[in-house]
Design a protein around this ligand. Structure first.
Ligand SMILES: [Fe+2]
Length: 351
């Protein structure tokens, strides 16, 4: 049986039957790469690409193939440098053509890097938020490198309309939270991605799309005040701990109220844990009394949480998560927005 040691970042996404040894290393008892591929495949929002140490593509999930406009059978088993980068690891200025190549070449993992990757195969450029991880065999030798790619082209367009200084501050805040809790590391960007897609799908105005993006990025900023041991606790929270967590929408709204240009989304953040039936928090408001963008946010937030690997459970598949949203429509979630979200995700899957 192949035991693959990975770093702390990847165990959240790929881990299964995981344990930590006395040196703090995590182990997974996958027997084949196919098992990893099955977990990767269930990540509906971001592209995943796995290469082996000879730079051959071992796996590409559906989202990656959609992003790069390729078919899995066209790329799997192929030498990635010939496939996309004219056989080169670096560009004319000596920079690596993309983070996954750099990681396999240098052995350094990369976290939350905004990169513009050129795809010479289709002569396109794609802005992505990329993370890379190394998978090692039981001797500690690098066996595979995994890259995750969240498309952020639309983020770039929206950010051009915004005050860049304030946005940088708020992104730095959100990064600070991510450092303390590996789960939230990319959660806010994934939620922002879903919010923008949903806002456009529902034909909201460009101003509302911008607000939807911002709300996704900052919605959990109030978690900055939640102690780490509560934030990253596996399993059930005590009543007292849950009380602390429940303060984060109000704290977040208070932080945002202090920042010029973000006033419009303080209410959205304050109410992102309200439920359509009025049984949410902090105020227990119901139905259309909850701001529209907060009702969107609670669906996008729940979908990303369900489809992400947590330390105490495997991720839901996209279909399972959509079923759950359907089941909770009218109780936890706005029924009309839920219907739109389900349609959007089905449409994206068919593309
Ligand atoms: Fe939240």
């Amino acid at each position: 049986m192949l035991a693959i040691r990975v770093n702390a970042g990847i165990e959240l996404r790929l881990g299964e039957r995981m344990f930590i040894d006395e040196r703090g290393a995590s182990h997974m008892d996958y027997s084949t790469l196919a098992r990893i591929a099955a977990v990767i495949q269930s990540s509906p929002v971001q592209g995943w690409l796995v290469i082996d140490r000879d730079f051959n593509v071992a796996h590409a999930n559906d989202a990656y193939c959609q992003l790069w406009k390729v078919k899995a059978q066209e790329v799997i088993g192929k030498y990635i440098l010939d496939l996309f980068y004219h056989g080169r690891k670096k560009d004319k200025r000596g920079r690596y053509v993309e983070p996954l190549i750099e990681t396999m070449d240098t052995g350094h993992e990369i976290a939350l890097m905004e990169v513009c990757v050129s795809n010479v195969y289709h002569e396109t450029n794609i802005w992505c938020l990329a993370n890379t991880y190394l998978l090692r065999d039981d001797r500690g030798d690098i066996e595979y490198a995994v890259g995750t790619y969240l498309p952020i082209d639309k983020f770039k367009v929206i950010e051009r309309r915004l005050d860049s200084i304030n946005l940088d501050i708020i992104k730095a805040f959100c990064k600070a939270i991510g450092v303390r809790d590996a789960y939230t590391k990319q959660h806010s960007e994934s939620v922002a991605y879903l919010m923008v897609e949903l806002a456009e799908f529902m034909n909201l105005s460009p101003e509302e799309v911008t607000k939807a993006y911002l709300a996704g990025i900052v919605h959990d900023v109030g978690k900055i005040g939640v102690p780490e041991k509560v934030l990253a606790k596996p399993g059930r929270l005590s009543e007292e701990e849950f009380k602390v967590i429940k303060c984060h929408p109000v704290k977040g709204a208070e932080i945002l109220a202090e920042i010029d240009g973000l006033g419009a989304i303080t209410r959205v953040v304050r109410h992102h844990h309200e439920r359509y039936d009025g049984r949410g928090y902090p105020e227990g408001v119901a139905g259309e009394d909850i701001p529209f963008l907060s009702r969107m946010l609670s669906i996008c937030d729940a979908y990303d949480a369900m489809t992400s690997k947590r330390c105490y459970r495997d991720p839901y598949t996209a279909a399972q998560a959509l079923n759950e949203i359907k089941r909770c429509a009218g109780q936890q979630f706005d029924p009309v927005i839920s219907g739109n979200f389900i349609q959007l995700m089905k449409y994206q899957h068919q593309r």
